[in-house]
Design a protein around this ligand. Sequence first.
Ligand code: FAD
Length: 471
Amino acid sequence: MANEVQQFDVVVIGGGPGGYAAALYAAAAGLSVALVERDKVGGTCLHRGCVPAKEFLETAHVRRTVEHAGEFGISTKGVAVDFSVSQNRKNEIVDKLFKGLSGLLKGRKVTVFSGTARLDADQTVTVLDGDDAGVVAKGKNVIVAAGSEPRTLPGFDVDGTIVVTSDEFLNLSALPATAAVIGGGAIGCEFASMLADMGTKVTVLEALPSILAGCDTEVASVVQRSFKKRGIDVRAGVTITGHSPKKGGTAIAIEGGEDVKVEMVVMSVGRRPRTEGLLGEGTGVEINERGFVVADSYQRTANPHVFAVGDVVANTPQLAHVGFAEAIVAIKTILGEPVVPVDYDRVPWAIYSNPEVAFCGLTEAGAKEKGYDVVVKKDPFGGNSRAQIIGDTDGVVKIIAEKRADGTAGQILGVHMAGPWVTEQLGAGYFAVNWEATAEEAAALIQPHPSLSETFGETLLALAGRGLHVA
Ligand code: FAD
């Protein structure tokens, strides 16, 4: 006998940041919500992404701090690393957050079904396997938040020992002596930085002409210089033709160059959408040629009652907080409330490598490409008193503003930072860009002294025409 169809205002497929944010926000508005998750709520971000990666980067930070303790007159007897302790610590943090999230969903009366969901016609969602196999849930509206999974390169089969993706890498209990990170984007640079700080000899192989290709070039070169100083071998503009694994390692073949011999290859070449088998017949949802779901700026798919949020959406940044923002847009649209779509050109980006990178808005090159005449000011962290106190002075703040007819700086178009704790400092830059503040307006705000954020304030003063320390 067919299962009774359960009715909800909203059915969400996928319990990662996009899906759980949609479920929590809809439930907070009084809607009845079901969420189908085939693994664990929290998704990539909590179990295989943001949170585990940042825990390991923090372990690397602690190791650096201990290594430099002598500069503060604090003696330590060498540094011994037991990475399995960091791995356990990461698992405890993830578990605590997982329990917290599960409790939150329960508290908001979200019905969580366990299993793989398929969306069929008329917003009907069937649970195909798992504990709730056979459940059929129909939503007045459905949110697709199936997320993404790591890609690899042809010929690089993931075996979890020699070739790993972020999924396996974040579960290692010991780190290799040598590693090649393939792909010098945000995730690749975080992994390379962490490995190098933990004592692994790292080579970064990037097909594009430079690492961190989406960042402002000056900010990317701060990271490149720091990587070089720390012995990370960055090879950009290379073509990888294959590899020859043998016991204990592999040799990566580079077109026109020598093989790179390493114990482990960490693939960081992007993520593909998890849409295989997701849609049944007659859903009306459009999938593009790369498998991503096509949605409009209100997150609506080609079916007006099916929305998509998070990594699964075509042509949008794959960031957890973008998924949160899209979820709010989708639910407000369902509620018929006024809503401002996500402005993808102005979302905050944070990369937790050493040094950190954070930015929002247009790069200098991007602004010029869009036809803007620009005024640009920069201030390095070297002169910042707090940076000297904490012993971390590599970095720069760079702000790009539109040039007015009289040559002065007008609206702030982009804020780009590399250096100590910039991921925690970007907030003010984010407000400046998104509130379309002018250089004078933002420069009028006072930064506490001594603080790292004074470098941002100082750059703004210079942009507004007269700096205290920067010309
Ligand atoms: P996901 O998190 O992938 O969640 C999708 C969920 O849907 C999964 O739990 C999956 O099991 C479930 N699912 C899929 N298909 C079905 C189905 N048919 N039925 C039922 N359930 C299904 N972003 C940041 O903003 N900051 C960072 O610092 C950051 N660091 C990262 C580091 C790494 C190493 C990685 C890999 C990613 C990082 N990201 C970061 C990206 C971030 O993790 C993703 O953008 C985010 O997780 C996407 O959320 P999502 O909800 O769209 O998808």
